[in-house]
Design a protein around this ligand. Structure first.
Ligand code: FAD
Length: 288
């Protein structure tokens, strides 16, 4: 089902993000995770795509596997950096054939050792991919938003101008990069409204279950980890850190729901436990 229709019909969407597993053992972990999270009846789940096409086949396989075997509505992520329009055309046609109607259109971050001359092909930024997919018709197109500004953006205002370009190119909704202080989201939404961006904004939530792992992520995307979480987690065991992280994310989600966000998108990292614990607390607050 097209996410754009759901956005019109429902007050709050619930979604989970997964990445394509690398080996057989992680494949069964993901199958189990998807099976366990299914009970929350997500509106859609999404499968990430390795920039530069590194996970192309696996991303497509998992998108189809989750749709066909787990019977869930799926959105496939698609990155455009280092891709030709022919590559994109082939993938989008395959999705159409398989009745996958939702794409998250991204620029992507190519791996560090990726050859310079392959970084720029037919697309340099996500807005061009949005335009390209939009011309092929029939898809709901989501894009990424960066509440604290994208790390490479010359300024937070310019970053918002570029988000507006993605929306003007035809994006239907925005999913945000992870953030741990809701004020970043509220400020982002105010700035988006001032820029006349009227498409729904769905916050991306990542429960912190391990402070060193989350530091690695936030270094890559520029999100700020509040000092109060760091203090609570320092010197704790993994189980204790998980308890702190789950409680923090539960409170964060409850506040976002009472603020009236259009959805919650969980970065699950292919694990179900933290997301399940949070949803067991908040599911009753998600308005359909
Ligand atoms: P863009 O919108 O192209 O922005 C990238 C940078 O270029 C920004 O600094 C922006 O300010 C600037 N910019 C934009 N337009 C212009 C322009 N016209 N002129 C000059 N500068 C411009 N990465 C993956 O590799 N695979 C995934 O599956 C994946 N999934 C993600 C899912 C979500 C929900 C989010 C939030 C991010 C995801 N990412 C993924 C990460 C994403 O690819 C990176 O954050 C990437 O660095 C930026 O992608 P973008 O689509 O926001 O790029």
């Amino acid at each position: 089902m097209n996410i754009s229709d759901m956005l019109k019909e429902k007050r709050t969407l619930l979604s989970f993000e997964f990445f394509p597993p690398k080996d057989l053992e992680s494949e069964s972990v993901l199958d189990e995770t998807v099976s366990k999270l299914r009970r929350f009846d997500p509106d859609f789940v999404s499968v990430t795509y390795g920039a530069g096409g590194g996970t192309r086949e696996k991303t497509i396989d998992w998108t189809l596997r989750i749709k066909n075997e787990h019977q869930l509505n799926v959105m496939m992520h698609l990155t455009c950096i280092a891709s030709s329009s022919g590559d994109i055309n082939d993938i989008v046609n395959k999705l159409k054939e398989e009745d996958i109607r939702n794409i998250l259109a991204l620029r992507g971050d190519p791996p560090r050792d990726f050859p310079e001359d392959r970084k720029k092909m037919d697309f340099t930024n996500a807005y061009q991919l949005v335009e390209y997919i939009r011309d092929l018709n029939g898809f709901t197109v989501g894009v990424a938003g960066h509440p604290e500004g994208h790390m490479e953006a010359p300024s937070i205002d310019r970053d918002m101008d570029y988000l507006k370009m993605k929306v003007d190119a035809g994006a239907d909704f925005i999913i945000t990069q992870l953030f741990f202080d809701n004020n970043y989201l509220y400020d982002f939404m105010d700035r988006a409204a001032a820029a006349r961006i009227e498409k729904p904004i769905i916050p991306g939530i990542m429960p912190i279950v391990n402070i060193s792992q989350i530091r690695k992520f936030t270094q890559m995307c520029g999100a700020t980890i509040p000092e109060r979480i760091v203090k609570k987690m320092e010197g704790r065991t993994i189980e204790e850190m998980t308890d702190v992280g789950v409680q923090y994310a539960t409170e964060q989600c409850l506040e976002l729901l009472s603020f009236g966000v259009k959805g919650l998108h969980f970065y699950t990292l292919n694990r179900n436990q933290a997301t399940e614990r949070i949803l067991d607390e908040i599911a009753g607050e998600i308005k359909v």
